[in-house]
Design a protein around this ligand. Structure first.
Ligand code: C6P
Length: 404
């Protein structure tokens, strides 16, 4: 059993007020809050061993390098990657996807096919459209169904021997749907297509095992799982990372440089040009330790109870329509109330101390599917409580009354 009061005490921000009311933070899918141990790790880095890594023989540089590489190993173990050098530290999910998309420009030819799901964040759509413009490859879409799941029958018909790559999120940010990524990966592999899974919304709730999934690329951002912003990972199978060309040229990604020819460093450095977010990487490791100290089974069970309670209470309010109603979903509730604009409700909730996200959630194709401008999205974390849901429901009723 999780001791939520004890966990809440780890997060200094949860003690603050907003507009004179205790903060109720239900915007965890946008970014999670930061526990003291991660804040302390950041302070410790800048107070005691701030230095550039892989470059110096001096003590501070050695200490920073050791901590950074220790973080990479923590991340490797967390995702169960076979090798630490298959973990590329990036600035986040968006950066990781762009790295792979840019690399595939040299592997695709005209009329090759790549497949995207209808449930994607813009980060997992736009880089691929740019890739298609460059290469003449064709983008195919797995459609979605009314309940927010993917139409897997269509997927099975879309994959064929022209398919080179399939990319899909593990969990939809706008709806919370957990996608059948095992089936997506297995089917793609029958046709030798590579698969990239966007784990930005799954990693706060689920511990992915990249070897068991047999996935080719898995990407995520630290800031969604109690780490800092500006850091994330690209996991890639060794054979794929070796096939892809470097994303950027610069310091630390080379083996030798002359004006005639440059040879590149091995993995992971080939993809880590320039000074990385050293402190961020180390703090990412601390965040993973923190999440594991709570335990992903406990997190999933607790958040499921919050989701169930929140959904039941919300549906008692007249006019509420929830988008994304699959049985397998994370603790995200995307909804509207009658014809009230989501932004209007979000603004009033903020006046009452409650943080939710409103709008299209960087997933406009999903909003177009439902023919709505956007939704109100309440996304829960393991440090939220049923009491906070009660406060949210009372506030929402007040907001709705103001508009009816
Ligand atoms: N979604 C949300 O409120 P970055 O910004 O690179 O850390 O993550 C981008 C991203 C990619 N894929 C998915 C599924 C995501 O949810 C996100 C970020 C936030 O839903 C901010 S837009």
């Amino acid at each position: 059993m999780m001791n939520v009061e004890k966990i809440r005490a780890d997060f200094p921000i949860l003690k603050r007020t907003v507009n004179g009311k205790p903060l109720v933070y239900f915007d965890n899918a946008a970014t999670s809050q930061t526990p003291q141990i991660v804040i302390d790790t950041i302070v410790d880095y800048y107070s005691n061993y701030n230095a550039n890594i892989h470059r110096g023989v001096h003590t501070l540089s050695q200490e920073a390098t050791d901590k950074y590489e220790e973080a990479r190993i923590k991340i490797q173990h967390h995702f169960n990657a076979k090798n630490a050098y298959e973990i590329i530290l990036t600035s986040g999910t968006t950066h990781s996807i762009n790295m792979v998309a840019s690399g595939f420009a040299s592997l695709l030819k005209k009329n090759d096919e790549i497949i995207v799901s209808a449930l994607e964040h813009h980060s997992n759509i736009v880089p691929w459209q740019m890739l298609c413009e460059k290469t003449g490859a064709i983008l195919k879409v797995i459609p979605m169904l009314e309940n927010g799941s993917l139409d897997m029958k269509v997927y099975h018909n879309l994959v064929n021997k022209k398919t080179k790559l399939v990319f899909c999120n593990h969990v939809s940010n706008a709806l919370g749907t957990i996608n059948p990524i095992e089936e997506i990966i297995e089917t793609a592999h029958k046709f030798n297509a590579a698969v990239l899974i966007d784990g930005a919304q799954a990693t706060p709730h689920i511990k992915p095992d990249v070897q068991a999934l047999n996935v080719d690329f898995y990407v995520a951002s630290a800031h969604k799982l109690c780490g800092p912003t500006g850091v994330g990972l690209l996991y890639g199978k060794q054979e794929w990372l070796e096939k892809l060309p470097p994303y950027q040229g610069g310091g630390e990604m080379i083996d030798t440089v002359t004006f005639e020819k440059t040879t590149y460093a091995g993995l992971p450095h080939k993809f880590e040009a320039g000074t990385p977010n050293i402190c961020g990487g180390i703090a990412f490791g601390a965040a993973i330790d923190y999440m594991n100290s709570i335990g992903f089974d406990s997190i999933a069970a607790y958040e499921e109870a919050l989701l169930k309670y929140g959904t039941e209470e919300l549906l008692k309010i007249e006019g509420v329509k929830i988008f994304g109603t699959t049985a397998k979903k994370t603790a995200v509730i995307s909804f509207n109330v009658g014809t009230i604009h989501p932004y209007d409700i979000g603004t009033i909730l903020d006046k009452l101390g409650i943080a939710v996200r409103t709008g299209h959630h960087c997933a406009q194709p999903i909003m177009d599917f439902y023919k709505i401008p956007g939704t109100i999205r309440a996304s829960f974390s393991f440090y939220n409580t049923k009491e906070e849901i009660d406060i949210f429901i009372t506030a929402l009723k007040r907001a709705v009354n103001m508009f009816s």
